[in-house]
Design a protein around this ligand. Structure first.
Ligand SMILES: [Zn+2]
Length: 101
């Protein structure tokens, strides 16, 4: 009976570790894609703002400014994912990827 309980606890621990590893892989992939997204936004926004400034094209200036909000949102997502991948500690027993009110 005691051996069965120990086996169940070990199985639960292995499942937890596998789920945590899968979660960290997804987090890493999401952060890579966000960095790529950030790079494209920076290039596009800089080009549109520069060309819009030279040519006084209102549409390019407006879209370049609109892309700045995309850059801001991407940075917020990167900060959130960075925080979510931190390991568990005394205050966050289930890790930092779960937010509960
Ligand atoms: Zn913490």
């Amino acid at each position: 009976m005691i051996k069965l309980k120990v086996n169940r606890r070990q199985n639960a621990l292995q499942i937890d570790l596998a789920a945590e590893a899968a979660s960290q892989r997804k987090n890493r992939l999401a952060r890579r894609l966000l960095w790529l997204n950030l790079g494209f936004y920076l290039i596009l926004s800089t080009a549109e703002l520069t060309i819009g400034y030279w040519t006084q094209a209102a549409a390019l200036l407006a879209d370049g400014q609109n892309n700045l909000t995309g850059i801001f949102a991407t940075v917020l997502l990167l900060v959130g994912l960075w925080y979510a991948q931190k390991p568990r500690d005394n205050f966050h027993l289930e890790g930092h990827c779960n937010m509960r009110p």
